[in-house]
Design a protein around this ligand. Structure first.
Ligand SMILES: [Zn+2]
Ligand SMILES: [Zn+2]
Length: 353
């Protein structure tokens, strides 16, 4: 290993490419990870475009994005006892400061020192250097050892799968009941697969190839919103008139938010899992009150990686088939184009640095 590596370096909005940069040195409680696979997240193309400059993603240039990764530990920083060289690990984006009230409660996705590098907080790929590179140094708290039968490609799905699992934990799942997913993108499909593994009958609302993808991965019912005048009536029909026990909004649209609440049965639960592009949307408050419906906002994936890896390792969910395309790091522009424009039915696109 020399001291330089390839990385996708962002120099400004819409200005990025592969460059040779220094390999980072692992500091105390960090390890150097040789990145085996890094998946493109729905937020990455927006970040590259500069859409998140208003919330300081990234906070400086030059910057290396990327946060859905798996790889191999190749060097240990000082004080590392739980990992060794050669360990295969899956990563997550959020690493809390470890000492604030929320971190102490395990809610490191809501760290009160968010963005404060000096306090130890890292949001890899957003506020701190990320994984579109051959190597990156990570705090051990952001890494989870992978079972031997889980590949790096599958490991790069753990951040997305964890985001689905966190929403499921907030809502709960009723075994033998019904769950609804609106928006069969990668997170929605993981929600569907995990809910099904937990004994729920699953209904997925979407359209075209992505809806067929949901069917292929095991959705019990699919509803095409382009061919259905009344989604709420259709979902009520499937559920014997009552509505679903739990609903998951994974589309980020106004319609989807209204429909998730209206499709949910009395005393049911709704999770908004998408990252909406604006702050204000309408919700059917009267329905929420009269039907006593709980709506959760769900952010990221705290404490989910180990369980998602177990679900993948034991074949209870299928992470592999979500990966439709792989590219070398040199083809980052083509990879992003394939992902954004859903070329050839692209679902998850993975980079091999
Ligand atoms: Zn992501
Ligand atoms: Zn914290």
């Amino acid at each position: 290993m020399g001291d330089k590596m390839k990385a996708v370096v962002m120099r400004g909005p819409n200005d990025f490419g592969v460059e040779m940069v220094d390999i980072p040195k692992p500091k105390r409680n960090e390890v150097l990870v040789k990145i085996g696979a890094v998946a493109i997240c729905g937020s990455d193309p927006k970040l590259f475009k500069g859409d998140y400059m208003g919330i300081n993603w990234p906070p400086y240039f030059p910057f290396i994005p990327g946060h859905e990764f798996a790889g191999e530990v190749v060097e240990l920083g000082e004080g590392v006892t739980d990992l060794k060289v050669g360990d295969r690990v899956a990563g997550e984006a959020h690493c809390g400061c470890g000492v604030c009230e929320n971190c102490r409660r395990g809610l490191y996705n809501l760290c009160l020192n968010y963005g404060k590098v000096e306090a130890g907080h890292r949001h890899y790929g957003f506020t701190y250097q990320g994984a579109y590179a051959q190597y990156n140094a990570y705090n051990v708290r952001a890494l989870t050892k992978m079972p031997d039968n889980v590949s790096f490609d599958e490991g790069s799905m753990v951040d997305t799968g964890g985001t689905a699992l966190q929403a499921i934990r907030l809502n709960g799942i009723t075994p033998g009941g019904f769950s609804l997913v609106i928006g069969p993108g990668p997170i929605g499909l993981f929600v569907m697969m995990i809910a099904k593994a937990m004994g729920s009958k699953t209904i997925v609302v979407g359209r075209r190839e992505r809806l067929q993808f949901a069917k292929k991965l095991g959705a019990d019912y699919i509803v095409d919103y382009e061919k259905c005048d009344d989604i709420v009536a259709e979902v009520r029909k499937i559920t014997g008139g009552l509505g679903v026990d739990e609903a998951f909004e994974c589309a980020g649209t106004q319609n989807a938010m209204l429909q998730t609440v209206r499709c949910t049965k009395k005393n049911g639960k709704v999770a908004i899992v998408s990252l909406p592009s604006q702050d204000e949307y309408n919700l059917p408050i009267k329905t929420m009150v009269m039907n006593q419906i709980t709506v959760h906002g769900s952010r990221a994936n705290p404490n989910c990686s180990k369980d998602v890896l177990a679900l993948i390792s034991e074949n209870r969910i299928n992470a592999k088939d979500l990966i439709t395309h792989t590219f070398s790091i040199d083809d980052i522009h083509k990879a992003l184009d394939t992902f954004v424009n859903r070329i050839d039915g692209a679902m998850k696109v993975v980079i091999h640095p």
